[in-house]
Design a protein around this ligand. Structure first.
Ligand code: AMP
Length: 288
């Protein structure tokens, strides 16, 4: 495995089909599943580790973001990564960049509304990584469902020659979606955070059992309230446009954002029409 700090360095390591897994480090089993997926889809697997300051709308969140480079390199090595791209701020032109990529409507609601500037930061740096590394495939997690929709939109709009691959959400054995921010939860907060996945899974059960999708956000909201959580939003949205829907005609995301103690958490389940009914993708649960 090679560690490169420049775009040019990666160019020299590429051979055959290249897949990129962009991350902000603090790697966990969710990232590992993206790396495993990318490994199976490529000859050269590149993992980028870059804590992108541009996408943090909250300076306290950036300051508290975990940094575990040595452990991250061990995860990459174990996953068979060929090249880790760990650039400097200079290489990423963090302080000198004059170009910003702004995606329209798909980026404006939900996360976009609650985290001003966040998706400009994501779209700008993902475009930079895709342009600089030029992978054939890039793997993103469904855990960040709106980020995935924003990236799919920018790749289509700019005709970027890359295939976007979506990876399922990985959950702990108790259902909590893995997140680098979970390490900042106290034991009691973590217990309360379980209310998020429990509410979403109850929503998925409701729709799969033939319940009215239009009632599901209300049901999830009640479950969250009963768990002592007040969400920033509960949304049932088209997975491509992120517009609210009341029926499941195409791939649909049931999404929640909520603060638990010092941490803002997001989670979702994916609902899709199947054989006259609806089937839910609840993600992958790690063994207990
Ligand atoms: P991050 O390092 O949090 O920016 O995430 C890097 C990539 O990992 C993104 O594509 C995320 O959607 C994905 N990811 C983060 N957490 C999970 C998870 N629990 N399951 C699957 N993918 C995830």
């Amino acid at each position: 495995m090679h560690v490169e700090t420049t775009f040019g360095g990666i160019g020299r390591r590429r051979r055959g089909v290249t897949a990129l897994v962009p991350t902000m480090g603090a790697l966990h089993a969710g990232h590992r599943s993206l790396l495993d997926l990318g490994r199976g889809l490529s000859d050269t697997l590149v993992a980028s580790i870059w804590v992108n300051p541009l996408q943090f709308n909250d300076p306290a969140d950036l300051a508290a973001y975990p940094s575990t480079l040595d452990a991250d390199l061990a995860v990459c090595e174990a996953a068979g990564v060929d090249v880790v791209f760990a650039p400097t701020a200079e290489e990423m032109r963090t302080h000198t960049r004059q170009t910003v990529v702004t995606v329209g409507a798909v980026a404006e609601r939900w996360e976009g509304a609650h985290r001003p500037g966040h998706f400009d930061g994501v779209a700008t740096v993902v475009t930079q990584l895709l342009a600089g590394i030029a992978p054939d495939r890039a793997v993103f997690g469904r855990k960040d469902a709106q980020q995935l929709a924003v990236i799919r939109t920018l790749v289509a709009d700019l005709a970027l020659p890359v295939e976007v691959v979506a990876a399922p959400t990985v959950r702990d054995a108790d259902g909590l979606a893995l997140s680098s921010r979970n390490t900042r939860l106290s034991a009691t907060e973590r217990e309360r955070a379980l209310g998020i996945s429990a509410a979403l899974l109850a929503g998925a059960d409701h729709v799969e059992a033939g319940g009215d999708p239009a009632a599901v956000t209300g049901l999830v909201g009640e479950r969250l309230a009963a768990a002592g959580l007040s969400p920033e939003y509960v949304a049932l949205v088209d997975a491509v446009t992120m517009e609210s829907v009341e029926t499941i005609e195409a791939e649909t995301v049931l999404a929640v954002a909520a603060r638990v103690g010092p941490v803002r958490l997001i989670d979702n389940v994916v609902l899709a029409p199947a054989d006259g009914g609806v089937v839910a993708d609840r993600g992958i649960r790690l063994a207990g």
